[in-house]
Design a protein around this ligand. Sequence first.
Ligand code: ADP
Ligand code: ZN
Length: 196
Amino acid sequence: MDIVRKEPHHGWIEVITGSMFSGKSEELIRRLRRTQIARQKVQIFKPLIDNRFSEDHIVSHSDMRIASQNVRNSDELVQQVAEETEVVGIDEGQFFDPNLPAACNTLADRGKRVIVAGLDQDYLGRPFEPMPQLLAIAEYITKTLAICVVCGDPANHTQRLVVSSDRVLVGATGLYEARCRHCFDPHLAEAAKTQP
Ligand code: ADP
Ligand code: ZN
C-alpha cells in the first residue's frame, strides 16, 4: 500500500538569543540577507520602542544594517505580514507584548519562516518575557555570547552601568557592557539606592 504523505508547509520559528553585544542583530541580518539574495519574499520588523540608531533599519553594534518596518505590537505585526511573504524577521523580541509567541506560531502555521532575535535576560539576569515562552515553542534556537569586557571569558550577561531600576532603559555604549557570570554584578545598577 502506498504511503500518503501530507504536502510540506515550510513554516517554523528560529530564535537568536543572548546578551547585548553578542551578535544577535548581526546573525539576524546575515540570515535575512541570504533570503533576499535568494529572492524570497521577506518582511522585517522591530518594535516602535527601539529607535536607538535608526527609525527604519535594524542596525547592529558593528553597523550592519537592513531595512525594517516599525510595529506597535504583535497584533499589528501579524496584520502587516502579506500573504505572499515567505520569511519574517523580527528584532528586539523582548520589547514585544506577551502575545509575540502566539503571533509567531500563527505566522509559522501559515507556512512562514519566522526568525526572531532578542535578549534572553534583563539587566538583573532575569528571563526577559516573552523570550522564554518563544524559546519553548521554537524549532531552532541559537544562543549567542559576547566577550566579557572585564576578563575575556564568554559573556552571557548584560551589565547595566548606570543606576536605574527600569526594566527597559534603551541605549548601548556607556549604559551597558557584556560580562561573564563571574564579573556580572546585578547590584551595580542599584548601588546608589543603598548609599544616602
Ligand atoms: P546584539 O544584537 O546581540 O546586541 P550586535 O549584532 O548588534 O549584537 O553587535 C555585535 C557586535 O558588537 C560585535 O560584532 C562587535 O563588533 C561589537 N561588540 C561590542 N562589544 C562587544 C563585546 N564585549 N563582545 C563582543 N562583541 C562586541
Ligand atoms: Zn568576566
